[in-house]
Design a protein. Structure first.
Length: 139
């Protein structure tokens, strides 16, 4: 009977050691899972922080581009008004509304020629500004 008890004790001792080894393995796996989860949380926090910084930068850029677009619109409007005023003046000179004496007509003709040149320059500038507006609106 003593041998039987010793065999049972040896068997239970072996079972206890095996159970302890399995618990140690599970604890090791749990520790590794916790470490990985902690690392994942840190990565997510870093990504969230980077996203927040990027959002602030984009808001600043959006504000800057908005101001640029407003200035471009004001400049385009101003140039369009100047162009239409010059076109009206040139039209008046060519139809004779502004012409008086022949010497005055020569001065008006010179002024009309300068106005036409200015209109051509304004049209080039307007095209450039409209191209800038298109470019900024795509951003």
């Amino acid at each position: 009977a003593n041998e039987r008890v010793q065999a049972m004790l040896a068997s239970s001792s072996f079972a206890l050691e095996t159970a302890e080894e399995k618990l140690d393995q599970k604890a090791s796996v749990s520790d590794e899972n916790l470490r990985l989860a902690d690392e994942d949380v840190h990565l997510q926090e870093a990504a969230a922080e980077a996203l927040e910084i990027e959002t602030r930068c984009m808001d600043a850029l959006r504000s800057q581009y908005s101001k640029i677009m407003e200035r471009l619109e004001v400049e385009v409007s101003s140039l369009q008004k100047e162009r239409s005023d010059l076109m009206e003046m040139v039209q008046d000179n060519t139809t004779g509304k502004g012409a008086g004496t022949s010497s005055k007509s020569g001065v008006n003709s010179k002024y009309a020629d300068r106005a036409r040149e200015r209109v051509a320059l304004l049209e080039v500038k307007l095209k450039e500004l409209k191209d800038k507006q298109k470019h900024y609106s795509r951003l």
